[in-house]
Design a binder for this molecule. Structure first.
Ligand SMILES: Cc1cc2nc3c(=O)[nH]c(=O)nc-3n(C[C@H](O)[C@H](O)[C@H](O)COP(=O)(O)OP(=O)(O)OC[C@H]3O[C@@H](n4cnc5c(N)ncnc54)[C@H](O)[C@@H]3O)c2cc1C
Length: 306
């Protein structure tokens, strides 16, 4: 539990309306599950972020940085500490020539749309990924043969030492759904993309085509965190899960999607628990391991005690 004194100090760094105590994480994650965080702060400015991180570091209060919560499973007990949410308060985008610079809280859809409006190609793949630019670079989000590693030039981060650093593409060490700063105490504040000149109508047509593919293949009508598991080398997670006979298998309101077995979905928002989803994840992992001797590694990030 965060002390009243700590809350009072934080109120000196940001507006009171940005501070939420006992905040249900089900309202901040696309899975629509998760218990209360002791405190959730919506970050609106990077200097404010710096002061808050310094204070939390000095006092030893645990904290976790999130974007849109589209790759998070938060436990039913919630999170004991402070969640720093970098989203709508820090979502400005500017374009300079063929460079697009987005604050970490801009969504990938907003960045892709801005690129399209300025006749810049390269971000079409990201238009349907429901996360922020900050979450996207940390995860090296990708789809349809594109990923962040192909377009990111520089990433501005707040370092654990409390300084703003610029990390270039090489330093980010992008890999499949990972980067050098994943799980580390770096906070992404801004991302610079190097794009190329293109035709807005053609860019829009590509984005519309990808959106149609998503609607056709993915269970977008249910809360989820997208593909629950990473693609195991030489396989597709969804196909393994389907071939193991798990299509539609459920635990409480958590279900292996019938439309796309790689998605575990929440069919009963408000009733389904994070525990149901975790039990289903483990069951799927066990059955796929027993059936095909393949280990499914979660892509989804777990927060709190399970
Ligand atoms: C319907 C659906 C479809 C999806 N499709 C795809 C897809 O095609 N491809 C794909 O790659 N993913 C996909 N995802 C998963 C998800 O959208 C991505 O992983 C996305 O990059 C997560 O971004 P986020 O802002 O929601 O991050 P969060 O879920 O909030 O956080 C994810 C991780 O990033 C870290 N993080 C977030 N913001 C910051 C920051 N500013 N600084 C430091 N660390 C930060 C968090 O600490 C956490 O470790 C999908 C999800 C859904 C629900």
């Amino acid at each position: 539990m965060i002390s009243e004194t700590a809350v009072r100090t934080i109120k000196g760094y940001t507006k009171e309306e940005n501070i939420h105590l006992q905040e249900p994480m089900s309202q901040h994650t696309t899975f629509r599950v998760g218990g209360p965080a002791d405190c959730l702060i919506e970050i609106c400015d990077k200097e404010e972020l710096k002061k808050i991180c310094k204070f939390l570091g000095m006092t030893g209060i645990p904290f976790f940085v999130m974007g849109n919560g589209s790759n998070l499973l938060v436990s039913d007990q919630g999170y004991r500490g402070v969640i720093l949410k970098i989203q709508t308060g820090m979502n400005e985008i500017r374009v300079e020539g063929t460079r697009l610079i987005a604050q970490a809280g801009a969504t990938m859809a907003q960045a892709a749309r801005a690129a399209m409006e300025h006749g810049l190609t390269g971000l079409e793949f990201a238009s349907g990924i429901p996360g922020t630019v900050g979450g996207g670079v940390v995860m090296n989000a990708g789809a349809y043969d594109g990923d962040m590693s192909q377009v990111v030039k520089n990433v501005e981060v707040l370092s654990p030492e409390g300084e703003f650093w610029n990390l270039d593409n090489e330093t980010m060490e992008f890999g499949y759904r990972t980067s050098s700063i994943k799980g580390q105490a770096y906070v992404v504040t801004e991302v610079e993309f190097a794009l190329a000149e293109g035709n807005p109508a053609q860019i829009k047509a590509v984005m519309d085509g990808l959106a149609a593919k998503r609607r056709e293949k993915q269970p977008l009508e249910f809360p989820s965190a997208g593909s629950t598991f990473k693609r195991p080398e030489g396989h597709f997670a969804g196909k393994l899960i389907m071939d193991a006979g798990l299509r539609g298998f459920s635990v409480g309101g958590a279900q292996v999607s019938e439309k796309h077995c790689g998605f575990l979905i929440n069919t009963q928002p408000g009733t389904t628990t994070a525990g149901d989803i975790m039990t289903l994840i483990r069951h799927v992992q066990n059955i796929v391991k027993d059936t095909f001797d393949v280990t499914l590694e979660p892509e989804v990030i777990f927060l709190g005690d399970f």
